[in-house]
Design a protein around this ligand. Structure first.
Ligand code: ADP
Ligand code: MG
Length: 702
């Protein structure tokens, strides 16, 4: 009676409507970001295991992956008393002889599997001093007469990234069900492109990516999705480029006298790269077209002062500036830095975060109410507004806004800029974004193809290279002694606690534990403070201030200090569980020290024996600068991790596509062609929908 319920689902069907998905599985699915049947079908395997060889038991070779079939002669579960573990042991037999199979910790198996059942088992043969036995990675009951009863074994088996309680096996089960019972939408990829580039249609591709009939077909399916994703991405980028061309930017004239006064009052000389970055920006600001410039430069290379120069030019032209930072701590720091850098100019600078409102003028800082703050933004009294995302809220009116500066954040599109300027038809503000994580060339081409880039490669002259060492547990005591000695000579230290499972709660716990340990056991005589993301903003700021004023010797922190924090007197940074962080992130951490003429140190604490983890850590010792490191990191981890998109739920296959330069070029050309003939995509409503969908994904890239 299949006929009637053949199509039970479509892509939008909530996953809990699939029979078998109870509250427990639902939670797990949500953890993987799977909310609908469509999400599940687009949850792709990251590799395939090849069990296509069905072998006779007598022909098995130790350690080789294979599938065998046989009848259960006996099966029993028992508990090993030494390790307190369940073992299920079965003897199965084919016409060439018997084989012992051992499952670990699956006591329920004996409920399901009985003597005389036929099994197909995929796995590998292991030999040790007690004899040889088979370790299964998949198994299923089969009817030896019926080939179609083999689903889980004997073939290419997709492997998914799992979460505890939702195995690849379970995922395969649900995906299989959904593939069979879902009404597929029309293929968004136009037929002419599919034909031209020999791409599978949507339905076939989805079937083949999950249950490929051969490795070639799996790859063909992958290619189709790479193509589709890149094509949509290029449509988005091309449209943005075209859109940007329609707008005008404010004309901001360079005021060389003011710039000279600014440079002369600094207590250092600008580096050559800083000067040329400033000149790049000044040139852009005078073009009358909206600037779209990325300023990339190593941590500590001095990007803030470049931003301040751009802001100064803008204010000199009687326009307003918005400067947005990703965290409150950083916004506050920028506020104080700008206050100092511009103290000899008659400029009002405001700070707005979700908890703090301040204003400064000529180096003097004071508080005011939010109402007054908003009023002063609206009547242009406050010329430079610094803040977190709070500053792009609707109620913040900045009528003469003409320059937006964004720190440590890659994405800020035409749309957002337009929103900041509702009433100025045809104009959008100039954009300067800054990052210490340089973009590898391939990604720059794909994601940020419409961007001009200035790079600061030269560090300020007074800097000494940071001594970086990987520290094993037995060396821990020595390092603590070293830290104590450095603090005695007046320096300060950071301790960064490991990232645990992306869970803020656990991270807070680990910081608290480390704090207790260091305060009570290791450094009872020193001033120790902690910082984490769950603390209230005013307390965070207080702690940062104490650290800056040297009232605190050691600051223990989560990754909240990762970006931008500037405390030149801190010369040591210890990173616990270093292998858990990405290279770019470690590099950022390290950049918290080495900001003065004192010799600085970075100690990477690790207990890992994993060879790859060690290799990654060694890369950071070798890389000369963040540009080199970025390329390395991309190679080692793939773009998904590199861009920090794992957490944002951006699928890996999507990210991987970005590094395929040939496909990037083809899809770019095709996107341009299509938009040339049909700018609004009126003939391709399905593509339009896809664009909307991916645009929201893109916005999650940070
Ligand atoms: P980042 O590029 O990481 O944002 P910052 O702008 O925070 O770096 O600058 C790091 C430190 O270097 C600050 O204390 C700043 O005052 C200092 N600095 C910036 N430019 C120079 C320079 N040309 N010479 C010496 N010190 C500088
Ligand atoms: Mg910075």
């Amino acid at each position: 009676m299949r006929l009637y319920n053949h199509f039970m689902f479509d892509f939008q069907t909530p996953i809990e409507s699939v029979p078998g998905v109870g509250p427990m599985y639902l939670k797990k699915f949500h953890q993987l970001g799977i909310k609908t049947v469509g999400d599940l079908l687009f949850y792709f395997p990251f590799r395939y295991e090849d069990f296509s060889q069905i072998k006779k038991i007598a022909d098995l070779i130790p350690d080789e992956v294979a599938t065998i079939e046989g009848k259960i002669l006996q099966i029993k579960t028992f508990r090993t008393w030494r390790k307190k573990m369940f073992l299920t042991e079965a003897i199965i037999e084919d016409e060439t002889g018997p084989l012992k199979i051992i499952w670990f910790n699956q006591p329920f198996l004996t409920k399901n599997l009985k003597p005389n059942d036929w099994l197909s088992v995929a796995g590998r043969l292991t030999e040790n001093k007690n004899g040889s036995y088979f370790i299964p990675s998949h198994y299923e009951k089969i009817n030896p007469e019926d080939a179609s009863s083999r689903r889980e074994t004997a073939g290419l088996i997709p492997v998914y990234s799992e979460t505890a309680g939702l195995s690849s096996r379970a995922l395969r089960f649900f995906i299989k069900k959904c593939l069979a019972q879902t009404r597929f939408p029309l293929d968004p990829l136009p037929l002419f492109l599919r034909q031209k580039y020999h791409l599978l249609d949507l339905k076939t591709a989805l079937q083949q990516i999950h249950f490929p009939s051969s490795l070639n077909n799996a790859q063909a399916a992958q290619k189709r999705f790479y193509f589709e994703n890149l094509f949509i991405l290029e449509l988005i980028m091309t449209r943005q480029r075209l859109q940007l061309k329609q707008y005008r930017g404010f004309y901001i004239k360079s005021n060389m006298a003011a710039l000279k006064k600014f440079a002369d009052q600094l207590n250092f000389q600008l580096t050559g790269d800083q000067k040329s970055a400033i000149l790049d920006i000044l040139r852009d600001l005078q073009k009358g077209k909206p600037m779209n410039r990325l300023l990339q430069g190593d941590v500590g290379s001095g990007k803030t002062v470049v931003a301040a120069a751009a802001a100064l030019m803008t204010v000199e032209n009687h326009y307003q500036v918005a400067f947005m930072a990703p965290t409150e701590i950083l916004a506050t720091q920028h506020f104080h830095t700008f206050t100092q850098l511009l103290k000899n100019f008659d400029i009002n600078i405001g700070l707005i975060t979700s908890t703090t409102i301040q204003i400064s003028w000529n180096g003097l800082t004071s508080s005011l109410t939010k109402k007054d703050f908003l009023k002063q933004c609206a009547n242009q009294q406050i010329q430079i507004i610094i803040g977190t995302h709070a500053l792009i809220q609707k109620n913040v009116k900045i009528p003469r806004l003409s320059l937006v500066i964004i720190d440590e954040q890659h994405r800020f599109g035409v749309e957002q800029r337009k929103k900041l300027l509702e009433n100025k038809e045809g104009f959008i503000p100039h954009l300067l974004s800054m990052t210490a994580t340089p973009i590898p060339r391939t990604l720059a081409l794909t994601l940020w193809g419409d961007l001009d880039i200035s790079s600061i490669k030269e560090l300020p002259k007074n800097r000494k290279p940071i001594v970086t060492k990987i520290i094993t547990p037995d060396q821990r005591e020595k390092i603590y002694q070293f830290v104590r000695a450095a603090i005695r000579t007046g320096r300060q230290a950071f301790v960064i606690c490991p990232l645990i499972n992306d869970s803020v709660k656990l991270e807070v716990k680990s910081v608290t534990q480390e704090y207790e340990k260091l305060k009570k056991e290791v450094f009872p005589d020193l001033n120790i403070a902690m910082l984490h993301g769950k603390m209230k903003a005013d307390i965070k700021e207080k702690v940062m201030k104490q650290f800056l004023n040297r009232e605190v010797d050691i600051l223990i922190s989560t990754s909240v200090v990762e970006v931008g924090i500037d405390v030149p007197n801190a010369t040591i940074i210890i990173i616990e569980g270093a292998e858990r962080f990405g290279l770019a992130q470690l590099y950022q951490f390290r950049g918290r020290v080495g900001r003065s003429s004192y010799q600085s140190y970075c100690f990477l604490f690790t207990e890992t024996s994993n060879v790859n983890s060690k290799k990654r850590l060694e890369a950071i010792l070798k890389a000369k600068n963040s540009f080199e490191l970025a390329e390395l990191d991309l190679q080692m981890r793939g773009p998904g991790e590199f861009l920090g998109t794992r957490q944002s739920g951006l699928p890996d296959y999507f990210m991987n596509a970005l590094t395929n330069l040939d496909l990037v070029q083809i899809t770019k050309k095709e996107a341009e062609n299509l938009l040339f003939t049909d700018p609004e995509l009126n003939k391709y409503p399905l593509l339009k929908d896809k664009i909307k969908e991916q645009q929201s994904i893109l916005e999650r890239i940070h």
